[in-house]
Design a protein. Structure first.
Length: 80
C-alpha cells in the first residue's frame, strides 16, 4: 500500500514538473516574441493584444504565466 502511494506521488510530481516546464517554455516564447515586436515597432507602440495574437494564446493566460504585469515587463527588460 505504501508503494502504491509513493507511485501516485511520483506520477503527480512528474506531471506537475512537466506542466511547469511547459509554462517556462511558453514564457520564454512570449518574451522572445515581445522583443521581436519591440525591435520592429518600438517599445511604446506594441500592445499586449499584439503579443498575444502573434503567439496564438489567450490573453487570460498572461497573469498565470507572469504573476503580475510588472514581472512580465521586468523579464522583457532583462532580456534586452
Amino acid at each position: 500500500m505504501i508503494l502504491n502511494h509513493i507511485g501516485i506521488f511520483c506520477q503527480l510530481s512528474y506531471r506537475l514538473r512537466k506542466k511547469q516546464l511547459r509554462g517556462e517554455k511558453t514564457r520564454e516564447k512570449i518574451v522572445k516574441t515581445s522583443l521581436k515586436l519591440f525591435s520592429e515597432k518600438g517599445y511604446d507602440k506594441v500592445t499586449l493584444d499584439e503579443i498575444v495574437k502573434k503567439r496564438h494564446i489567450k490573453r487570460v493566460i498572461l497573469p498565470t504565466l507572469f504573476s503580475e504585469i510588472g514581472y512580465f515587463f521586468s523579464k522583457i527588460h532583462r532580456s534586452r
